[in-house]
Design a protein around this ligand. Structure first.
Ligand SMILES: Nc1ncnc2c1ncn2[C@@H]1O[C@H](COP(=O)(O)OP(=O)(O)O)[C@@H](O)[C@H]1O
Ligand SMILES: [Mg+2]
Length: 228
């Protein structure tokens, strides 16, 4: 059997998924799926779909730590020369954040790469081909804008909107990590969810950076509401 050593993972390129994703709260089952995919013999492509602030990009950022990985934003894939990079550098992991914004030409190239490992590009009436072993990890806010055949090449995991308990846990964890005391962190999470009626963890971070006390939290939330 012919084995292309370029396509074999080096020791460091397969870190345990627990270590890799340690900054992500919860999602232990998703972390495990990624871990299994890192060590699979043949590529298994994973797509994370879900509402804003559900940690999709965070998973991609962690995957960027893998050796021989290449990260691109879907909306930038053409301009940043994704196909060129694939031909030249032959990454093992292709990471695409917000893949729904990827141009049709790049989406089409991925169809064949993901199914057969054949990468093909036609430019100025010349076609070039190569065989690649590349895992694709991607995120999307929704699936409407994606080609159906592209979707079917992924294992798609749908992240749900956080319920209050998850929201509180994740927000508190992040705020404490940013140096906010745990009581103030809890106050912020409660105020954002119940008073601001926001489910976006990012709002907790914004307030966490401004507020020095519990009174500050109430005042900032009221002000945000007045100017909405
Ligand atoms: N489960 C989580 N663990 C740690 N941080 C989280 C989690 N969920 C959301 N966040 C934080 O919320 C913010 C938004 O996350 P992000 O991954 O950019 O969301 P998405 O890409 O789904 O819109 C980031 O600052 C991220 O660190
Ligand atoms: Mg994102």
């Amino acid at each position: 059997m012919h084995v292309n050593t370029r396509d074999l993972p080096s020791k460091d390129s397969c870190p345990k998924s627990g270590e890799l994703f340690s900054t992500i709260v919860g999602y232990n089952d998703v972390k495990k799926i990624f871990g299994l995919s890192f060590t699979s013999q043949k590529p298994v492509h994973i797509l994370l779909v879900g509402p804003p602030a559900s940690a999709k990009t965070l998973f991609m950022l962690e995957c960027m730590k893998l050796e021989r990985s290449y990260f691109t934003l879907g909306s930038h894939s053409t301009r940043s020369g994704m196909l060129e990079y694939l031909f030249e550098k032959r990454p093992r992991y292709l990471i695409v954040d917000e893949i729904e914004h990827m141009g049709i030409k790049d989406q089409t190239a991925l169809l064949s790469l993901m199914e057969t490992g054949i990468l093909s590009e036609t430019k100025f009436q010349k076609t070039r081909n190569t065989q690649l072993k590349t895992w694709v990890f991607a995120t999307s806010n929704g699936t409407n804008r994606m080609l159906t055949p592209l979707l079917s090449r992924f294992i798609t995991l749908h992240f749900k909107q956080y319920k209050f308990d998850n929201f509180h846990e994740v927000a508190s964890h992040m705020l404490v990590h940013e140096g906010v005391g745990s009581e103030l962190a809890s106050k912020i999470a409660n105020a954002v969810w119940w008073k601001m009626k926001s489910k976006d963890i990012r709002d907790c971070l914004k307030i966490g950076r401004l507020a020095k006390s519990e009174q500050d939290v109430d005042w900032i939330v009221d002000t945000f509401k007045n100017y909405r």
